[in-house]
Design a protein around this ligand. Structure first.
Ligand code: FAD
Length: 453
């Protein structure tokens, strides 16, 4: 294959090729890959066996993560990648799960590698918010093909078209954020050209496509825009001071660092969704083990959880809350350190403390949801439903731009079938990968080629 934008899924693309070469030169780095050679016949191709070997060896995986960060941040490479943009090329905003799904299926459908623009320093989206594991997924780790939550033989964390799946990265029932992030990042490395620290500010139509404005860079032309911005930014970021009042992302960044709970005796969590539950798990010590943290040195003595719609007793918790979060319920006995206060709260930052209803806390984590980040020209109001030939709505298409919203960012309502299948009974399923991945994959498989593809 001579066109650098075209990829054979079984042959390592440039970033993966460089990674494999670098790992082979590492002392001991090749051991895991050699171990996999014995079982190569069980994989669809050699590349999948090699990448599984890297994923299963903590040292090799850590090296690979650092390698990819450096590869994507290299300024000369970024310039070269950006200069390859044009109306024959698709650009994806964001580098999360949906960017990876779109890129993988698009390339496997015979189209060129899309260009991915990520505003942050690290590609991989929500699951890559920390380089070290800080929270557990809530969808079970199962092998197999994509499928729905009730189907015990289907994989829920399946990334359609990826070189390896989350189920190749470990065997624990609930995997960590960084295990999923690794799968996303490998898919991006194989099927997209990624530029980090590239914030998209605006998009405007031009004669044969879109003109994209990237902060601090020249205008970028594209034939089509895939808007995979994710769920947005925390509503709480306006009043979180980043010291004693933290957003979920800020708290996870702290948990990914050294001595994350030093000086935290009294803590509060505000909000009742999955992020709040993960924050409470971190404070209870039932999240992934931080790098440097020991109960002998730092233990939280009191956690007040301001959540209007969560059960406050262990018994009620066991009955009402789904399996993944059952462990939290054990701490809801009167003599334990966790108390649910069934009301909403708005903390105030004092010097060195967060204040809620007259109580002061060493740390308050506010997990009250997200709001869309603005990009001029890409508002939701100017969109209509994009349907695949079977009439399923899989994305939102802009009226005056060749641009499509995908993933949670598209805010697709539950379909009748999803209601009939019981998927809609759990509101959190609205953003679950098993629900949204097939939709983004269907978009990638059905959009026509750009004219000069
Ligand atoms: C704590 C938590 C646990 C979860 N657990 C699960 C789970 O177990 N199972 C499950 O199925 N789902 C889970 N989810 C939901 C899942 O994380 C999301 O649905 C999924 O990550 C969405 O992927 P995405 O690619 O659309 O967005 P994201 O992964 O959020 O990626 C979007 C990316 O876009 C970038 N971006 C935003 N604006 C711009 C801009 N202007 N320019 C450039 N880049 C931009 C962001 O920086 C980000 O990297 C969980 C979510 C959270 C918060």
């Amino acid at each position: 294959m001579t066109d650098p934008l075209m990829v054979d899924p079984a042959v390592p693309a440039a970033p993966i090729e460089s990674l494999l070469t670098a790992i082979l030169l590492q002392q001991g780095g090749a051991d895991a890959m050699r171990a996999m050679a014995e079982r190569e016949a069980e994989f669809p191709n050699r590349l999948a066996a090699q990448l599984t070997g890297i994923a299963l060896d903590p040292a090799a995986r850590g090296y690979a993560d650092e390698f990819l960060d450096a590869y994507w941040a290299d300024e000369a490479r970024q310039q070269q990648t950006l200069s390859s943009a044009g109306t024959g090329r698709e650009v994806i905003i964001g580098s999360g799960f949906h960017a990876a799904v779109y890129a993988a299926i698009r390339v496997r459908s015979g189209h060129p590698r899309p260009l991915v623009l990520e505003r942050g320093p690290r590609a991989g989206g929500t699951f890559a918010m920390t380089a070290r594991p800080t929270f557990y997924l809530n969808s079970r780790n199962r092998a197999g093909n994509a499928g729905l939550a009730g189907d015990q033989t289907a994989a829920l964390n399946h990334l359609p078209g990826a070189p390896i799946q989350a189920s190749n990265v470990g065997m624990t029932e609930y995997q960590t954020n960084t295990e999923m992030a690794f799968v996303i990042r490998l898919a991006l490395a194989q099927f997209a050209d990624v530029v980090t620290n590239a914030t998209v500010r605006a998009a405007t139509p031009d004669s044969s496509g879109v003109q994209i404005e990237v902060a601090g860079r020249g205008p970028l032309p594209a034939g089509r825009l895939i808007d995979a911005r994710g769920a947005g930014d925390p509503i709480s970021q306006g009043f979180a001071d980043g010291v004693s009042i933290l957003t979920f992302g800020q708290f996870m960044a702290r948990m990914g660092g050294m001595w994350p709970l030093r000086g935290v005796r009294r803590a509060a969590v505000v909000g009742s969704g999955d992020s709040a539950k993960c924050a409470v798990e971190s404070l209870l010590g039932i999240a992934p083990q931080p790098l440097m943290a020991a109960a002998a040195l730092d233990s939280v003595e009191r956690i007040d959880w301001y959540a209007a719609d969560l059960p406050g007793t262990c018994g009620a918790w066991q009955q009402q809350i789904r399996g993944r979060y059952q462990a939290i319920g054990r701490y809801l006995r009167p003599d334990r350190l966790l108390t649910v206060l069934g009301r909403r709260a708005r903390p105030v930052a004092l010097p060195g403390a967060g204040l809620i209803d007259g109580r002061s806390y060493d740390l308050v984590v506010v997990c009250t949801g997200n709001q869309e980040t603005d990009i001029d020209g890409l508002g939701l109001g100017a969109c209509y439903d994009y349907r695949t030939p079977d009439e399923t709505i899989v994305a939102r298409e802009h009226t005056d731009l060749p641009a499509f919203r995908v993933g949670p960012h598209a805010r697709l309502p539950f379909t009748r079938q999803e209601q009939a299948d019981g998927i809609a009974d759990i509101p959190q399923n609205a953003v679950a990968m098993f629900r949204t991945a097939p939709k983004t994959a269907a978009l990638a498989a059905t959009l026509p080629a750009l004219t000069d593809d």
